[in-house]
Design a protein around this ligand. Sequence first.
Ligand code: HEM
Length: 125
Amino acid sequence: MKKDLTTQKDIEQLVDLFYTKVKVDQVIGRFFTEVMQVDWEKHIPTMYDFWSNVLFYSGNYTGNPMQQHIAIHSKAPFTVTDFTQWNLIFTSSVDELFAGENAETLKQRAQNISTIMQVKLFQKK
Ligand code: HEM
């Protein structure tokens, strides 16, 4: 049986799997490898902090994701399809590794943030 997501290590395992999928993804991979030249050594630890803050309110993420995505969007516009794919990859990564209350909470929060991001991005044009 799968365990629930309960530790910082679990978050790190999830983020690692998510980006393994993202990097080779036909729909959204290009945002990370072509549109932006993502510095993975920096980005991955930032994402560990972001997701542990989302799930555990750890307080160790202080960035501004909205600002970053507005900048990316102005270089290469995101579509609803991109966000749908992002959500599919996120959800399938959680489900592949974990099951339980925290796993469900995290998927829900990711979905909520994604929706807010889309509302903000797509009304800005
Ligand atoms: C269409 C879907 C998405 C794509 C293609 C995308 C792509 C990217 C890219 C290219 C970066 C910049 C990385 C860098 O240059 O260092 C980034 C940063 C980030 N993304 Fe997304 N993103 C998407 C949706 C989301 C969603 C839905 C969330 C949250 C639920 C999210 C959270 C973040 C965070 C926290 C950062 C780091 C910001 C920072 O450095 O402080 N992204 N994203």
